[in-house]
Design a protein around this ligand. Sequence first.
Ligand SMILES: Nc1ncnc2c1ncn2[C@@H]1O[C@H](COP(=O)(O)OP(=O)(O)OP(=O)(O)O)[C@@H](O)[C@H]1O
Length: 246
Amino acid sequence: MISITNLSKVYNGVSVLNIEELKIEKGQAIGLVGNNGAGKTTLFSLLLDLIQPTTGYILSNDIKVSESEDWKPFTSAFVDESFLIGYLTPEEYFYFIGELRGQNKADIDALIASYSDFFNGEAVGQKKYLRDLSKGNQKKVGIIASLIGNPEVVILDEPFANLDPSTQIRLKKIIKGLADDPNTTVLVSSHDLQHVTEVAQRVVLLEKGKVMMDKVKTSGTFAELEGYFKGISESYAPTAAISEEE
Ligand SMILES: Nc1ncnc2c1ncn2[C@@H]1O[C@H](COP(=O)(O)OP(=O)(O)OP(=O)(O)O)[C@@H](O)[C@H]1O
């Protein structure tokens, strides 16, 4: 279980995240949505101890993530390409991560083979360094690497961005598989409301660092989210109308 208490992050006097309380049960699949700058990556960075909170704390299975490393063996993530090692090939990178997660070469070879349709004849088997892959193929490698060793907590920041439509569909299947596993807690952020509502069991909406909506997904969630973001965009309309008249 992940438990967030009085968590805030302030940069130069500006609060970019402020969450009083958020509890994520083991096995839940959370979709995190919010406009640019809403605080999604900040929240993930705090969950992964990549940045320090200004106030508050996060417990992951009762371990304070900012004070202990004991959550790392059961947590995995792909946030951006800084998670990759540019001078390795994808296979070398998978073996490297595999070693960290107690997986041998045969385990990793089996994993690569099982995701061959996701790689779609690119990325793996090309003898290319990660730094020379396209953004989308780098992302595919980072996402699959985050699944090595069946981590209990998987965090994916905007995994659908930069992926072609076929790969997005395959990725949805992969994330739904994780979501169906009662032992795996998944947190996925996305600007694609359709994708998020398809893969998540619960949707959390951030705006200016605050939780504005936190709901178990129902058949009405997509429409509700669309309505919310439409409302935000329309609240800017009068200004646009005035400037049009000028
Ligand atoms: N190191 C930093 N210094 C100052 N401000 C920062 C820093 N990192 C993030 N921010 C600010 O924190 C806010 C939240 O950013 P964050 O990246 O978490 O948003 P996001 O919801 O992931 O946005 P996007 O959808 O654009 O990726 C933004 O206003 C951003 O400019």
